[in-house]
Design a binder for this molecule. Structure first.
Ligand code: DGT
Ligand code: CA
Ligand code: CA
Ligand code: ZN
Length: 567
């Protein structure tokens, strides 16, 4: 029975843990990456993966082979992947938790465990306080400080990535719209505000027969658990672990309720306080004039905001960060849109070992999205020994056939521990577009390294600046004000990376960058065709950062962009 099968999220968790433990054991990186990738695929798979694995169908999914399928079957049979059970016996569970600390990579975590015999987070804390970690060569006071700081923060719950939440909520909204009892259905809550991660997915609806609609939701095929079920409310959990919260509301106050359940809480609190000062009391059901007692309900949000004296505020801005004041004055920015973008400036092909599609496939797909240009930015360290020239030859051969679409010859270089980048000036000089990114040693003077990379006259743009990974590790500890200042001084652009677990710069940082005068670039860092669509996520992040079209460099033609970037 479906109910006894493990959920996709539970299966994915085991592969993630297995990857962590293998990494701690110093296993080859490609194997670790394969399990992490499998975990991501399983988490976003459309059907119950355990069922597919039992039927021998899971291995037909891209990225899932026979080995992974058999491990999924092991979970169904015995509750756990055998390799995981074996490693759990060898590696203390506390050590795996070390990896959750942004200051600790797998190598360091392993040394702390094996060379200092530390096996619990509590002991790690004591050792850092007693300045005992610095007895290991290569570890210093800074790492100890960072570990203590990370431990002082309260552990964060795992939240669902927007990339998984968005298609899921849109699919459910569509399904509910088709039900004969529903009249209006909308996403609400954090997913409608396009926050980078969400706790649950909120949906509101109006219906001729509310109970029929909530009933319908609880009985959908993919529902694995019904947590709450009433006439106007239902909360269900899908087999992949997403929680949906549906509320059915009366049509005449749909605007009030949509506004309320879109949030954020901070936005709503600020809105209500502002209203009180004007003699109005706002609730999810209506706006009451305190003096006359008259209640105003709104069928749409536009009507509601107007009644309260504001411009309609795009959901992405509703975070209580100045949007009400701006909307009161009619000075909200016109936010950048997906359709404004003319090119993707960060993308990989099979020239990078982790790329899934050929350069030709990637470039064609970028053109098919309607862009004017794309930059091929494979990793410099895969382009040694003549491969860079060979890639150039391939581009030169392909380019004329696609004109006027333009293939930019780019590269992504890594910023080394000494602040230099891993490609020669000669090679960089031949590029149209150079991205520079931190890929390792995040705790080794990251600010100084990034500043020095920006001094490099060939470096056009910084990629995923802080190198954070959502739900995995925090970002490098950068002095962003200094980075932004240097970016303006040197004419270096900064990326908003659209990868679901990066979204780096994050919203508030991108806003600060733009306010400092930095030009931003929204790009996908695609390693496969499907990832080109992540542009939507980067644009959502940019909108949350209040960015207009003008503040995003790749809304320009390539010719205009050339004038903006380093010569
Ligand atoms: P999440 O689920 O943590 O990703 O974030 P939200 O914003 O979706 O939060 P959620 O699902 O708890 O509630 C949905 C919306 O309902 C929220 O954005 C604003 C509204 N709301 C919830 N609780 C309160 C509250 O205590 N006061 C006010 N004013 N609004 C609330
Ligand atoms: Ca929510
Ligand atoms: Ca909710
Ligand atoms: Zn990249």
């Amino acid at each position: 029975m479906a109910a006894t099968l493990p959920r996709n999220a539970q299966v994915a968790e085991q592969f993630d843990l297995l990857a962590d433990l293998l990494e701690l054991e110093g296993e080859e990186q490609f194997r670790v990456i394969a399990y992490r990738r499998a975990a991501d695929l399983i988490r976003s798979a459309a059907g119950p993966i355990a069922r597919l694995a039992l039927d021998g169908e899971a291995k037909k999914l891209p990225g899932i082979g026979k080995t992974i399928e058999s491990k999924i079957v092991q979970i169904v049979d015995s509750g756990e992947i055998e390799a995981l059970t074996k490693r759990k016996a060898r590696i203390p569970s506390g050590v795996a938790e070390f990896l959750r600390l942004p200051a600790l990579g797998p190598k360091t975590a392993r040394r702390i465990w094996q060379e200092l015999g530390i096996t619990t987070v509590a002991d790690l804390k004591r050792a850092a306080e007693a300045e005992r970690l610095r007895t290991l060569p290569g570890l210093g006071a800074k790492t100890e400080e960072r570990i203590l700081r990370a431990l002082a923060e309260k552990p964060q719950e795992k939240r669902t990535l927007l990339a998984a939440a968005l298609p899921a909520v849109q699919a459910v909204v569509d399904v509910l719209r088709e039900h004969p009892a529903s009249t209006q259905v909308s996403e609400a809550g954090s997913v409608r505000r396009r926050t980078e991660t969400v706790r649950d997915l909120d949906i509101i609806a109006t219906a001729s027969d509310p109970a029929a609609l909530t009933d319908y939701l609880t009985k959908l095929r993919w529902v694995s658990e019904v947590e709450a079920h009433g006439k106007t409310k239902a909360t269900v959990v899908s087999h992949d672990g997403l929680r949906f919260d549906l509320r059915v509301v009366p049509p005449d106050s749909y605007g009030n309720l949509l506004q309320h359940f879109t949030g954020s809480k901070r936005h709503n609190v600020a809105l209500r306080e502002d209203a009180v000062r004007r003699g109005l009391s706002v609730s999810e059901y209506g706006v009451k004039d305190v003096e006359s007692g008259e209640v105003f309900t709104a069928v749409s949000e536009e009507e509601l905001y107007e009644r309260l004296g504001y411009q309609w505020i795009p959901p992405e801005l509703r975070e209580g960060a100045g949007e009400l004041e701006a909307a009161r004055r009619g000075e909200l920015p016109k936010l950048v849109e997906v359709g404004d973008l003319r090119g993707d400036l960060h993308m990989h092909s099979t020239w990078s070992n982790d790329g899934k599609n050929t350069l030709e496939e990637m470039v064609h797909a970028a053109r098919d999205r309607g862009y004017d240009y794309v930059a091929v930015t494979d990793h410099a360290h895969y382009l040694r020994e003549g491969r860079f020239q060979a890639q150039w030859d391939e581009i030169a051969e392909l380019a004329p056939r696609l004109e006027p679409f333009r293939i930019l010859r780019g590269v992504e270089v890594s910023i080394r521990a000494d602040g230099s980048v891993d490609m020669s000036d000669d090679d960089l000089a031949g590029c149209d577009w150079v991205m520079a990114s931190l890929h390792s040693a995040f705790d080794k003077s990251p600010t100084e390294r990034v500043l020095s990379a920006m001094e490099n006259p060939h470096v056009d743009c910084l990629g995923h600046l802080t190198a954070r990974k959502l739900n995995r590790r925090g970002g490098a500890d950068l002095a962003l004000d200094r980075v932004f200042e240097k970016a303006v001084d040197t004419g270096t652009l900064i990326e908003i990376n659209s990868q679901p677990d990066r979204l780096d710069l994050r919203d508030v940082h991108a806003r600060a960058a733009a306010e400092a005068g930095v030009q931003l670039v929204i790009s996908t860092d695609s390693h496969e065709l499907g990832a080109l669509a992540y542009m939507e996520l980067g644009v959502a992040q940019a909108r949350r950062a209040w960015l207009t079209k003008k503040q995003v460099a790749n809304t320009r033609t390539w010719r205009q962009l050339l004038k903006l970037k380093k010569p």
